[in-house]
Design a protein around this ligand. Structure first.
Ligand SMILES: [Zn+2]
Ligand SMILES: [Zn+2]
Ligand SMILES: [Zn+2]
Length: 265
């Protein structure tokens, strides 16, 4: 079975360009230096799985739909890595996905993210609106996962992996692929789930200046060195990561992701 991974967005929380910034990346004419907030799409034979709903998710999915119909192969589930604004504030646009499938959309997340969703988007759970047709409010069925305990969506086994950020974050392993965003560090007990990963997607904020919640390029390369995937893609990139300049510094098999990049796995 051919599966496809698509980067819908590859920016850190500010997006790139950063509002009001005139640095070489933010003024670059290279389309790979224009990044929306981070999200990803997994395309399987039986449907698609969306990872996160950033503020630009509507636009990102319109781009997908333009060439690869979301009606013919709908999104059947959403996975949340965590509930920071840059990963969740496109939640309302899930209603468009409900309209396509004429049903509630299953959402998989940690318990703390489930609580955040129920609180922040309380209208989506208002029983007075329950009789409204699909598409007027986001309608979801929430499934909470536990780190390290696999679950299956559309025949695909997914292993949630605990990561440290400035709040708990979940990475996802699908076969030999792992998607790890907003990584501040990888806890000791999580390394076992990364053995045998051949395609690693890893967040990387900026070249070297340390950040309390995000690894730098040096730290990302050390993690890649330990996991030893065949290929690694860096995502959740800040404006310090000018595509052409940073790409020249990367070892073989490591590359910067960009919005719209996809590959089969
Ligand atoms: Zn983020
Ligand atoms: Zn800038
Ligand atoms: Zn975050």
């Amino acid at each position: 079975m051919t599966r496809k991974f698509t980067f819908l967005g590859t920016a850190t929380s500010s997006g790139v360009p950063v509002l009001g910034c005139d640095c070489p990346t933010c003024t670059s004419s290279d389309p790979r230096d224009r990044r929306q907030r981070s999200a990803a799409l997994i395309t399987l034979a039986a449907g698609r799985i969306l990872i996160d709903t950033p503020p630009e998710i509507r636009y990102q999915l319109l781009q997908v739909h333009a060439t690869d119909s979301l009606r013919e192969l709908p999104i059947r589930a959403v996975l949340y890595t965590h509930h920071h604004a840059d990963h969740i504030f496109g939640f309302d646009d899930i209603r468009g996905l409900c309209r396509i499938i004429k049903d509630a959309l299953p959402v998989y997340c940690r318990e703390d993210t489930a609580q955040f969703i129920r609180h922040t988007f309380a209208y989506a759970f208002d029983e007075r609106l329950a009789a409204w047709p699909p598409g007027l409010v986001p309608r979801v069925s929430i499934h909470c996962f536990t780190d390290g305990e696999p679950f299956t969506i559309l025949g695909q086994t997914i292993v949630p992996i605990a990561l440290e950020h400035n709040m708990p974050v979940t990475g996802f392993r699908l076969g030999e692929l792992a998607y790890l965003t907003d990584v501040g560090s990888i806890p000791d007990e999580s390394w076992q789930y990364l053995e045998g990963v051949r395609i690693l997607i890893l967040s990387c904020l900026r070249p070297e200046k340390p950040h309390p919640g995000h690894i730098t390029l040096q730290e990302a390369l050390a993690i890649i060195e330990r996991i030893k995937p065949q290929r690694a893609y860096l995502t959740h990139l800040g404006h310090e990561m000018k595509h052409a300049r940073i790409s020249q510094q990367l070892p073989a098999g490591v590359m910067l992701a960009f919005d719209g990049l996809s590959f089969e796995f």
